[in-house]
Ligand binder design. Structure first.
Ligand code: ABU
Length: 396
């Protein structure tokens, strides 16, 4: 089905195909990445085109702040003005990366306006493709489409199928994979929690989170790629709202036979969703930890025993996220590292920029706050295709 280009001015062009259906491809592309800090050579940057606020669903309900208008009847297309402002940020970010010789791709067009319907559920619309990091997990020479828990994101991978098809054709070693598709029926969630959620105090949600009880149950295999932190041979996965234990077991069973070691991490956090505003690798031997989300007891050990330093992130510049935003103010620490000495930081986050400067980084400020509401910060807004470097063993 073709989708109007007017609605998707920033999307990648559809693949041109030969008579057989095989695409014409750019030659010499390569997929390979083992961490978030080696020199970045090729990346996908999200787009805000035609983005919707879907109706709340069981999984998103737990993430939407209790006082947010998104919890009520706010579903519908985001305003054109906000879409344009977000795209201005994302396009500026893409341009900065291209100016540094990095190949930048953009997701393709999908009609997010259409209801998302499966035999198990139906929801007002799709979400969009501003945060590619949630959907795509680059593990070495493969890219995996993650089994996400928000019903509105069920078909989000479709925005990447042309790009992934092209990478597969251009790089003879590249594998494109899909995790088992979840059902996301009401049986996949603790519906009593979902109904009660907006009436719980912060203390109650924290107590529940510390007991590792979330609205997602263990019925489906669920994880967002942004809950997975890659450090060479060691893969750290956050158990939380968007990633359940079955998801972590699946990641273990898939990747450990390939030589990876998979570890589970949990943080004292009311709304544990996505590790990339909580615990972020900055370069070999250095981690940035959210001071409001400490690790559970015993989980620092593997880093400390291996002489990794854990520093606490600077305070965010803002007291609140922008309106209609799913994320917290800790997007301040959600950065994109271009190499061991260069980091992109959101331009208003002065304390975070100063901290990076003191840690010896060359800091590139990037305006992205107007895109936060569309799905997150600089790390969320991207997905790795290629970084130089090999699969190192940092935790021998
Ligand atoms: N996608 C990252 C969101 C994390 C946070 O809200 O803190």
């Amino acid at each position: 089905m073709s989708v109007s280009n007017d609605l998707y001015p920033n999307a990648s062009a559809p693949l041109e195909r030969k008579e057989s259906g095989v695409p014409h491809v750019r030659k010499g592309l390569k997929v390979e990445s083992y961490n978030d800090f080696d020199p970045l050579k090729h990346v996908i940057v999200g787009i805000a085109d035609n983005q919707y606020i879907p109706e709340a669903c069981p999984a998103s309900n737990e993430k939407i702040p209790a006082d947010s208008p998104m919890r009520g009847g706010k579903a519908g297309r985001r305003t054109q003005e906000s879409i344009d402002q977000a795209n201005e940020c994302l396009n500026g970010f893409a341009k900065l990366l291209e100016g540094r010789g990095i190949i930048v791709d953009r997701p393709g067009a999908v009609d997010w306006n259409a209801r998302v319907t499966t035999p198990d559920f139906s929801i007002s619309s799709g979400f969009g493709v501003m945060p590619p990091r949630d959907c795509l997990l680059t593990m070495g020479k493969s890219i995996l489409m993650a089994p996400m828990s928000f019903r509105s994101r069920y078909f989000e991978y479709l925005a990447f199928t042309d790009l992934l098809r092209e990478y597969f054709e251009s790089d003879q070693e590249c594998l494109i994979e899909q995790a088992p598709r979840p059902r996301l029926s009401d049986d996949s969630f603790r519906m009593d929690y979902v109904a009660a959620y907006e009436f719980l105090s912060d203390e109650e949600t924290m107590a529940r989170s510390c007991r590792k009880e979330y609205s997602t149950r263990e019925t489906d295999i669920l994880f967002d790629a942004a809950d997975v932190m890659r450090l060479g041979k060691d893969i750290f996965v956050q158990h939380g709202l968007t990633t359940n234990l079955a998801g972590i077991r699946w990641i273990k069973r898939k990747y450990e036979p390939q030589g990876y070691r998979v570890h589970t991490l949990s943080f004292k956090d009311n709304h544990p969703i996505h590790i990339d505003a909580t615990f972020c690798p900055l370069r070999p031997g250095l981690m940035l930890l959210n001071p409001h989300r400490p690790l559970f007891d015993g989980q620092r050990e593997i880093f400390e025993k291996n002489d990794w330093q854990i520093v606490e992130a600077a305070q965010p510049a803002w007291d609140t996220p922008p309106p209609l935003c799913y994320s917290s103010t800790w997007l301040s620490m959600n950065t994109l590292i271009l190499d061991h000495k260069t980091v992109c930081v959101e331009a208003t986050e002065t304390a975070q920029m100063e901290q990076f400067d003191k840690l010896g980084f060359n800091v590139l400020p990037v305006n992205l706050r107007d895109a936060y509401a569309f799905g997150g910060g600089l790390h969320c807004a991207t997905a790795d295709v290629l970084r130089e470097g090999t699969c190192e063993d940092y935790f021998a």
